[in-house]
Every structure is written in C-alpha cells, then in structure tokens.
Design a binder for this molecule. Sequence first.
Ligand code: FAD
Ligand code: NAD
Length: 467
Amino acid sequence: MDKYDLVVIGAGPGGYVAAIRGAQLGFKTALIEKRSTLGGTCLNVGCIPSKALLDSSEHYLKASKEFEVHGIKVGKLDIDFPRMIARKQEVVEQTVAGVHFLMEKNGITVLHGMGAFVDAHTIEVTSGKGKSQQVQAERVLIATGSEPASLPFIKLDGDRIITSTEALSLPSLPKSMAIIGGGVIGLELGSVYARLGTEVHVIEYQDAIIPTMDRTMGKELQRAMKKIGVKFHLSHGVKEAVNAGGKATVKADDKKGKEVTWEVDYCLVAVGRKPYTDGLGLDKAGVPLDDRGRVEVDGHLRTVHPHIYAIGDVVKGAMLAHKAEEEGICAVEHMAGQQPHLDHNLIPGVVYTWPEVAAVGRTEEQLKAEGVAYKTGSFPFKASGRARASMDTDGVVKVLAHAETDEILGVHICGPRAADMIAEAVVAMEYRASAEDVARMSHAHPTFTEAIKEAALAATGDRALHI
Ligand code: FAD
Ligand code: NAD
C-alpha cells in the first residue's frame, strides 16, 4: 500500500491549492479526485465558466446598446450561442489543464476516483472502471466541496428544472427563464441570459435581492439590472416547479397570498448549495457532521481527529473559492506545525453582475444588530469622471467606520470593477486602517478607485470633494 504524508480528498480550489502548499512544505502528497478533470466546482462548473459567459454576454450588450453612443457603427448583430458555450468550455479546458500541470510540477500524485475512508488513516480510491486501490495517509485533508441544493418539493431533472451546471451549457438560447433565488448564482446567470435577450424572471423569497449583503447594494443592483430587462418578483414563496414537457411551469404566492404562474423554457433553481460528503465513509473514520451536514471543525479546521482536517464548501462559512483556498493553506500549514491565521470577517464577497457588487467586513444591518456605534460615507459613481467616460455611472461606494475610533468596519461597492477594487478595502482592513487613512491616500486620477477615497472622506466628517 502506498504511504503519503498528506492525502487530500477533492481537487477543487481548496484541495488542489492545499496539495501544492503541502508539497512546498515537503509532504509527500496525493490528491484524490472523482472527476476526470481537476479544479472542482469552481473551474469546471462554477466561477470560471460563469465568468466566461458573463464576459461574452457583456460584449454583446455593449455592442448592441452602447457602441452607437460612442460613435461606433456595426452591422446587424447576431448571437452564435453554441459558439459562446464552446468558447466557455475552451476557457475551462485551458484552466483545468493548468491545474494538472501544477500538480506535475509540484510532484503531487493525482489519483482519479472516488475517495472513501476505510479507517481514519486508510483511504480507498475507486475509479469509474471499478478498479480500486488503498492508500495510507499520515494526514488527511477533506475538501469535497458542495453540490446544488433544491427545495423539498422541487425535483431537479436537468432537463427543464435545472441547476447552474446545466444553465452553463444549454443547447440553445432560451426565450424565457424563471430563476428561483435572487442570490449570487441567480443574478450572475440571470444577467448572462437577460443580456442575450432571454426574458428573465427572478423569484426571491426575501424582500430584497442578495439579501445577506448590505441592503443598499441589493437596491442599487436591482435598479441596474431592471435596465437590462430582468423582472424581479420579491417576497414570493415558490410552491411548485415542474417539467411541463418542453417547458417549465413555476407557481408562487406573492406577499398577499395571490398565486402567480410562469410558463418558461427553463426554471433555474438557485437557492443555495449544500456540503457534499456522499460516499466518503466519514462514519468509518469517526468524523462527525454538524446539524447542517457540514464536516465539523475547530478554529484550526481540525476534525475530532488531530490528523484529519476539512476546508472549503464542506465546512461552515461562506461558499467561496478564495475562502476554500485560504483555509486549505492554513490547514496544511497548521499540520506542519506552523501558526497561520485567517480572519474570516475579511474574506471579500463578489457578485459578478454589471455593475459588480463587492464587499468586505460588516454590513450596516449587522452593525445595527450588534449595537456597534458606526458612521457611514457614500459616493455615487455618477459623480465619478472615470465612470462617466466609460458610461458606468450606476452604483455607489459605502464605507462604514467606527464612530469613535474611525476604524473601517465594512466597505460595500456596487459599481464598475468593484470585484478588483475591493482589494484596496481588504488591505486597509487587514492593517486596521481608519477611514481617515484611506481618505488621505493618493488615488490615481481618473480611476474608479477615487470613489472609495471620496466615500472615506464622506465618512470622516462629510468631506467628499466631488459631490
Ligand atoms: P469544490 O470546488 O466543490 O471541489 C470539491 C471536489 O471534490 C470536486 O471536484 C468533487 O468532484 C471532489 N470530490 C467530492 N467528493 C469526493 C470523493 N469522495 N472522492 C474524490 N473526490 C471527491 N466562488 C467564488 O469565490 N467566486 C465565484 O465567482 C464563484 N462562482 C461560482 C459560480 C457557480 C455557478 C457556482 C456553482 C459556484 C461558484 N463559486 C464561486 C463557488 C465556488 O465554486 C466554491 O466555493 C468552490 O468551488 C469551493 O471549493 P472547494 O474546494 O471547497 O470544493
Ligand atoms: P445564495 O445563498 O447566494 O442565494 C440563494 C437565494 O435563494 C437567497 O437569496 C435566498 O433568499 C433565496 N431563496 C431560498 N429559498 C427560496 C425560495 N423557496 N424561494 C425563493 N427564493 C429562495 O445561493 P446561490 O446563488 O445558489 O449560490 C450558492 C453558493 O455559491 C453561494 O454560497 C455562493 O457563495 C456561491 N457562489 C458564489 C459566487 C461568487 O462568489 N461570485 C457565484 C456563484 C455562486
């Protein structure tokens, strides 16, 4: 039986990055993956393909709606949807091939097959052809990720009642789509299809979209997405979604209890994801789950066994690729006797719509609920010269700072390139900067980042300059 210092189960962004860190630290490392490709949800059916389609659809929207304003004339525009899907797949293939290369470069043994504990130190790997082998592990990292969740009364059939996985590879451009859930997946994939001309209905149970983010962001984003034709149905409780033979029928009750029905080409169910531990044999290893089916870990990401750790979507916390990565690195460094630290409050969250939404730290609603004395400063992109030049004037930056100490407690951006800009706020907050610190830093002109400086100025005594 082959013996390894570290065996990682699951090759998503959490698992493969942890395997690289393990190899860097001198561990003889094996990585077990049941898919034929590495990269997990994120690279195969998540972050990367969704961003590829978001970029393609954004090009189309700009060409059809904005080029003329810039004085650019094009002939009749058309969409080659199969080509768009094929390009997305090319991006995925290039990206996953890069991970295979990284494994080779770092001397990591990749074992393709389903990994299952035989006991706390032995893992059986069964490949699709029924072949199996056992490996001995001094340390184990569980990084098995998550899968789409549904509602108890909705059967996902992959045909008309679909998840994000199918929505990333549809055979033709749908005329209409109902999306259950106004969260991240619903709004990103809703944007893709609405930009391409699909009639998109977002049906959300709560009274706001992206309800866990700062409420101002949801309002700004909803306003912007209405402009591309997305129809929002908030405070609607879905009670049925069925395949009606070549169509999907969705029924919900609005907040007055009145029934609403949609007949659409597809119903995309985007109500969250659930941790994935099927077939992993956690009972054989004596590793318990918590009440929400997640692998239970302590503050160092250790399970009840000091040599078995778990990270990423399969444990508590935000289901984000960069959270999984940072946890993977922390877990492996801790296994190696180091003392890494990760502040989960400073993991940024991004929605890749246009405008993008990006945030770090506490929301205004959280600060209120926690009874923290705070002050706030905002700056709208319509007052930014850079945003006017690029026709990206939707959105706002909001800085929340402690009322007495001025320490930045949260930064929330709905605007152009928010996903990239949020890094400034993460750095500032990692170093416990005050709003005054950011307000006094020179920000290149003209850039979108000036809006962060202006919001920080607004938070420190109403000193914004350009509004
Ligand atoms: P996963 O990526 O789920 O990887 C787990 C891997 O383990 C899988 O490959 C699985 O096959 C394998 N596995 C499971 N069980 C076994 C077993 N027993 N044996 C062998 N292998 C096993 N996050 C972001 O941060 N940014 C984004 O833009 C973003 N976009 C997304 C878009 C979509 C449509 C979706 C669905 C998700 C998106 N996410 C995004 C979330 C992100 O994909 C996840 O948070 C991330 O992939 C979690 O990483 P992970 O390593 O924990 O698990
Ligand atoms: P989500 O938790 O972001 O959103 C789910 C939404 O569905 C919520 O707004 C919720 O109120 C709503 N909902 C729940 N039950 C409902 C019902 N019965 N009727 C109507 N609405 C209902 O989940 P998601 O969008 O499915 O995404 C899953 C995970 O994937 C998230 O945790 C997210 O972090 C991750 N993800 C991240 C990104 C990114 O980082 N850009 C992109 C996609 C997915």
